[in-house]
Design a protein around this ligand. Structure first.
Ligand code: UT7
Length: 322
């Protein structure tokens, strides 16, 4: 049996951190409103030299160091993003060049906030098929570039950043060993108008700005996330009681609380970074995962559930043993 084993995580954030109070000087909002409605206190905003690809490359270097893997030994890069450096080529190929990898397979995956879960399933399938041995799976975003800074209902919610993991194919006969145990993805394209960018190469010819009907997205998020986590656990042959950690997409602290409650999981098992990073779309799950791996909360042999939901709608979960 081949399993994809998590051997390292890394993260990268822009140099500039912006508090709610600082934002309230430019936007008609308050620290109280943002904290009470979302739990967000800070977000990082990329400077002109910080891009989706440079942040992704920095996060990847940290993940490779943690895994003890040389860049030259990576044979697959899957990068989840909705904010690529260019329409083409993929930001994954830019990361490949920045890491100095002479040859590998590299491509982007677009599923917005659930992009990292999509990337994990794709990489896991390619590793288990025996086609690749060592994958960098990255979520990286610069949403600050597609925000309408005149729209207080959206611009206060998002931030920039990147997270990366190293997945390695390991042969093992031990069912209780480490690795990705199950993944489950969904998409429902009927909900395009609830969360989208009003531009694109094939429509307006412009990049466009993010538009969201927040309250309706919220309603779908709680139902879909609780359901897909249960599906993932069932596929892995586990129950919610056996979960050590949930590492959710960090959109809103109230969504995290409501989802955990629905599954009967105590809040202490949920990794929360939305207060520090805001919503970083595809980067949020690997950023939160890296935080909890490095601060010693997540240890070897534990059951970890990753979950996310975003524009499309798309949503998914992954269950792994560390
Ligand atoms: O990552 C993809 C998934 N995305 C999400 O999961 C986001 C899901 N949605 C949410 O997190 C929440 O719906 C929001 C945080 C976006 C909004 O919270 P809400 O409790 O649904 O508020 P609302 O949009 O219904 O707005 C309530 C009020 C409105 O004023 P009135 O009409 O009641 O007078 C807004 O104009 O809050 C006002 N408001 C603000 N006030 C101060 C909206 N944005 C702001 C703001 N500062 N930044």
């Amino acid at each position: 049996m081949i399993r994809s084993v998590l051997t390292g995580t890394g993260a990268a954030l822009p140099a500039r951190r912006v508090s709610n109070a600082e934002l309230a000087q430019q936007v008609d909002t308050t620290d109280e409103w943002i904290v009470e409605r979302t739990g967000i206190r800070f977000r990082y905003i990329a400077g002109p030299d910080e891009t989706t690809a440079t942040l992704a490359a920095d996060a990847s270097k940290a993940a490779l160091a943690a895994a003890g893997v040389l860049a030259a030994d990576v044979d697959l890069i899957v990068l989840a993003t909705a904010t690529p450096d260019q329409t083409f080529p993929s930001s994954a190929t830019k990361v490949q060049a920045l890491l100095g990898i002479a040859d590998c397979v590299a491509f982007d995956v677009a599923a917005v906030c659930s992009g990292f879960l999509y990337a994990v399933q794709v990489a896991d399938a390619m590793l288990r098929a025996g086609v690749h041995r060592r994958a960098l799976v990255i979520g990286s975003e610069t949403f600050s570039r597609i925000l309408d800074w005149e729209d207080r209902a959206t611009c206060v919610l998002f931030g920039d950043g990147a997270g990366a993991i190293v997945l390695e194919a390991r042969e093992s006969a031990d069912a209780a060993g480490p690795g990705i145990l199950a993944t489950k993805l969904h998409a429902d394209g009927r909900h395009n108008d609830l969360l989208y960018v009003d531009g694109g190469p094939s429509t307006t010819g412009t990049v466009g700005k993010l538009r969201m009907k927040g309250r309706e997205v919220f309603r779908h998020a709680v139902v879909n996330l609780a359901a897909v986590m249960e599906e993932g656990l069932q596929l892995a042959g586990l129950t919610a009681a056996e979960v050590d950690w949930v590492v959710p997409h960090q959109a809103n602290a109230r969504i995290l609380d409501a989802t955990a409650r629905k599954l009967g999981l105590p809040p202490e098992k949920v990794v929360v970074t939305v207060d520090q990073h805001a919503n970083t779309s595809a980067a949020s799950v690997p950023l939160a995962l890296d935080t909890a791996m490095r601060d010693g909360r997540i240890n070897a042999g534990q059951i970890v559930v990753l979950e996310a939901m975003g524009g499309g709608f798309t949503w998914g979960a992954a269950v792994l043993r560390t």
